[in-house]
Write a protein that binds this ligand. Sequence first.
Ligand code: AMP
Length: 216
Amino acid sequence: MVKRLIMLGAPGVGKGTQASRLGKDQGWAHISTGDMLRDAVRGGTELGLKAKSYMEQGALVPDELIIELMGERLDQSDCQQGFLLDGFPRTVFQAEKLNTLLESRGLALDGVVSIDVPNDEIVKRLSQRLVCDDVGHVVIQTAEINEGDICSQCQGKLIRRKDDNPETIRHRLEVYDKETSSLIQFYEEMGLLKVVAGLGTMDDVYTRIREVLELT
Ligand code: AMP
């Protein structure tokens, strides 16, 4: 079943983890603009050089860079079976551009899943989040698991994302409230919005997502 979906929600609600699992289970491409930009920064490409300072401050990268990136990405063959967008669109302008990109390819969105988590919980989660420097697996920091340890899933090294520090987290949440939350109304008006409670275990949230998407 081909589906074209957006995962919406503030940083730290778990949309990347859920999108990755759903993409694998359904054979849909998981497209994370944050991951694509971090790859570009690591690779020192022209896009990476332009995006780096915005990302370090927790600010949005200029729309035109992102839209060009997405236009190219949607044409890749793995998107033909469906895709899940994670971290894009982030502004109403990007959402309108996405509609245009899809229309020009004779495609349309099937749904938008918004994962809802209170801000206090998000700050707590992001402050404890470690990612592996290889694939970006997310691990929660504990007394036993710390920065510099080896990722149990892929043997990469666990690091803290540069933008996962208290000041930048606060700024990213402000940016989300100011820019991205208006997308909820945008997609509600398009009749596409499905809201899912993001508290509970990862499995609980995954089950809720499958339910709202009517996946058996
Ligand atoms: P994320 O991994 O989705 O939290 O994204 C990390 C950072 O990448 C964000 O704080 C932005 O600086 C940048 N970014 C990712 N996606 C977008 C987008 N759609 N528009 C603008 N900036 C983005």
